[in-house]
Design a protein around this ligand. Structure first.
Ligand SMILES: [Zn+2]
Length: 234
């Protein structure tokens, strides 16, 4: 007897078992095909994912503040948490390797100042364009940053116009090329942080604000170009 005739005889003798085995085989095969589709789809989605994070600030951003004060390593589940958002920004500054260009109405957050000081110590090129009116504002970190090696420039005061940007470009490919002469083959380093929030205590502590973190090459290039244009004009 051949294997196939043995199989046929077994199927005839056990029709219900045969149906169950064939059925589960089909389910198993379709599971494999489906997980293959999901794998490819997720890969594609990651490749297209040009927004890395959306940080939302609102009246709930400081409800967990006391818990963070008591325990520095508090694992917070508040998705609007000021401390978590701030840590994300500090981590972005900490992971930068070449350049940080900031155009910001004003900066008053000590943790950001510290992270920028560390960046200078690591040898990064850090530039800041700010609004002159805000330089004298209480808590302004601009003078301190200037003293620690951050290059700072501000447009001249005018009656009506504000330097109102709130963005930061980290390790953009054009800037890396300018600073090192090297063409980046891998653009995954480049990051843009932009939104409504200044890097101030006020913005992070109950204001309704947004900060979006982008990895999109074209968007990053637009912001870097505008930063360079303003910088050269000052
Ligand atoms: Zn929290």
């Amino acid at each position: 007897e051949t294997f196939s005739s043995l199989t046929q005889n077994w199927i005839k003798g056990h029709p219900i078992w045969a149906a169950m085995i064939l059925g589960s085989g089909a389910v198993f095969a379709s599971e494999i095909i489906w997980s293959g589709i999901k794998y490819v789809r997720d890969k594609f989605r990651i490749a297209k994912n040009h927004v890395l994070a959306v940080l939302v600030f609102n009246e709930k951003s400081v409800i967990c503040a006391d818990k963070h004060k008591i325990n520095r390593n508090y694992q917070c589940s508040n998705k609007y948490c000021k401390e978590k958002h701030l840590r994300i920004l500090v981590n972005l500054i900490d992971r930068a390797e070449y350049s940080i260009d900031i155009a910001m109405y004003t900066v008053t957050i000590f943790a950001i100042t510290d992270a920028l000081k560390h960046a200078i110590a690591r040898g990064l090129n850090v530039r800041l364009i700010y609004d002159k009116e805000m330089m004298v504002c209480s808590g302004s970190q601009i003078e301190i940053l200037d003293k620690h090696g951050v290059q700072v420039r501000a447009p001249a005061n005018t009656a009506t116009a504000l330097m109102h940007h709130k963005f930061c470009v980290l390790d953009s490919s054009s800037r890396i090329k300018e600073l090192t002469g090297k063409q980046q083959t891998n653009n995954s380093r480049s990051i843009l942080v932009s939104g409504s929030a200044n890097w101030t205590q006020q913005a992070f502590s109950g204001n309704w604000e947004n900060t979006v973190i982008y990895a999109d090459k074209a968007v990053i290039a637009c912001f870097q170009n505008e930063f360079d244009r303003i910088w050269k004009s000052l």
